[in-house]
Each structure stands twice: as C-alpha cells, then as structure tokens.
Ligand binder design. Sequence first.
Ligand SMILES: Nc1nc2c(ncn2[C@@H]2O[C@H](COP(=O)(O)OP(=O)(O)OP(=O)(O)O)[C@@H](O)[C@H]2O)c(=O)[nH]1
Ligand SMILES: [Mg+2]
Ligand SMILES: [Zn+2]
Length: 324
Amino acid sequence: MAKKRLTQKQLTRIRSRRDQNVDRLKKNADEVFKGLVIARYSKHVQVLILEGPKVQKIYKANLRRQLDNIAVGDELAVSFSKEQTLVIEARLDRRSELLRPDGFGNMKAIAANIDEVFIVIAKVPQVHTTLLDRYLAAAEVAGIDASIVINKADLFSDNGEVLSLISIYEALDYPVYLVSAKTGLGLTELDEAIANKTCVFAGQSGVGKSSLVNTLLGTDAKVGELSSSVAKGKHTTTTAELYSLPSGGQLIDSPGIREFHLTHFKEIQVYRGFREFHSVLGQCQFRDSRHNEAPGCAVNALIDDGGISDSRLNSLEYILGSSV
Ligand SMILES: Nc1nc2c(ncn2[C@@H]2O[C@H](COP(=O)(O)OP(=O)(O)OP(=O)(O)O)[C@@H](O)[C@H]2O)c(=O)[nH]1
Ligand SMILES: [Mg+2]
Ligand SMILES: [Zn+2]
C-alpha cells in the first residue's frame, strides 16, 4: 500500500525528470505534498491529501494538457497556489496499472497502483466468459492479482449453474467468491479479501459493483436498475471512484466498460495472460512465432491434451483473433 510521505528520492526524481513533459519541480520540499487521486473526470481530478497541514482533505485539481495521463489510484506530488487551489506538480511512478486501449488506439489506465482486481460477474446480466477472460489476461500480464466475484447468488435457483464456472477458475488458482449484495451472503469472506490493499471492482455494467461497495462500506454510490427489455446494465457509474477502507486499504468502484479489448496485446502476451500455458511456454520451439499445428508446438499439444477448458479456449481464440 501507499507510503504517505513523499521521499527525498521521489522529489529528486521529479526534479530531474525529462520523460513526461512535467515541469521541473521548482518548489521546496516542504511545499510539496503527496496526494492520491480518488476520482478522475475529463478535465479535473479529486485528490485526497495524504500529508502536511491539509492531510485528509479533498481538493479538486484541474488537469493540464501535458499532465492528463492520470487515473484513479495515482499518487501525485501536489502543492498549493497563493489562492490555495491545488496544483499538480507531477505524477509519481506507478507500481502497477490496468490498461486498455481507448477508441483512438491510445492506452488509458483504468486504475493505477492496484494490488488486486476483483472481476464481478452475476446471474444477470448474462456472464460473458470472453470478457471475464480478457480481464483476467489483462491482470495477469500487468502483474496484478485477480479474483472472481459471482454476485446475485440469491437469483441462482440451483448452484449447479455456477459450479462448473467455479471449478474452471479455482483449478487455475483464481479465488472465487459467491456473494449477494442483496442478502449479504459471502460478504464476510469478500470483506476479508479486500482488506489492507488497493483493490478495484471491475466488470460489466449492472453486475452490482456499486451495490457491493455500498454493502461492504456503507457508502451511497449510485446504483441503477437493469434495463427491463434486455437485462443489461445502464452504465450508472460513470467514473472510477476510490473509497478508503477502515482497514487502511482502498477500494475502487469502476464503471462497467462497454468495450474492453486486448487489441494491443502481442500474441505472446495473450498466451502469458492464460495461466494454462505458463508451464509450457518456455518449452515450445516456436517461441517467437505463431504457435501452430506442427509437432513440437508445446502449446498446441497442451490444447490437444485438453489442458484448457472449451470456454477458455474459445476466449483464447477470440483474443488471438484481435491481437497484433
Ligand atoms: N437480486 C440481486 N440484485 C442485485 C444484487 N446486487 C446488485 N443488484 C441489482 O443490480 C442492479 C445493478 O447494480 P449496480 O450496483 O448499479 O451495478 P454496477 O455493476 O455498479 O453497474 P454500472 O455502474 O452500470 O457498471 C441494481 O438494480 C441492483 O439493485 C444482488 O446481490 N442480488
Ligand atoms: Mg456502478
Ligand atoms: Zn508453440
């Protein structure tokens, strides 16, 4: 988790930085403080001050064009103008980032400095395993832990429906939580799982991310009905927001993303994103080219031997079809 003070090393680094078009830091160390981005809007951010006389206060700061690559969870070096408005001096280096391409082919961080992503799925809207597997692959490649939350357990008439799903992912060492924001089922375990770290709830619109945040933290994040005709979410949460946990950790509620694609992944990253292949990737003689039907392709042999479930194989092929 985040250290609350800016270190001398961080300040020196910002001063010497040439890479990010950041103005060199001209202020004294005692005028610069560490802040945490708790919400990101198109032209401004909300920043929680982590140290100094304004500690724990929340300020709005406008984003300058040369410093707009900022996401919820980012740590900033900030100062105060004479008028006491918040000025962003620099973005501190990230220890992790969950990225996705925007519609223009630029990479955008969904959230920064995340320890674990909880991918939320539910009985309704219908589970899209390809989307789930895309999230899991993105987390895997980003070096971020991932867990799966199956919400709305109260709507399952018989748990048989979810057991096969659970067994596929538990076999791959992904923790799976079967919960209901409505009845409270399974929330003690989930509460323990999110303690003392920075977590993000991600997944389709309408699966109940904000409902879970509200039940776990007693917050009043906006919750939206599913649209009645198609049983889909209505994109109620429009921007990612970070909540502080009593445990000292942080939980980020993110908007259901319409399109989450891995078009920026190279083929090798796609395979790395699937834990099934970790043990064989180093063994395949076609390491640098397309894994294929030829004898000697360890990836293909694993697929032939049934080392990946049908639904995961379907996701793999879908992602490979769109990768570069
Ligand atoms: N039956 C049932 N309904 C739930 C449960 N959790 C959430 N819901 C309902 O699901 C709908 C969507 O919930 P939200 O919390 O807004 O979903 P979200 O994932 O935050 O959606 P976006 O913000 O649009 O991404 C609401 O009508 C909730 O009341 C649950 O455990 N059981
Ligand atoms: Mg929401
Ligand atoms: Zn191969």
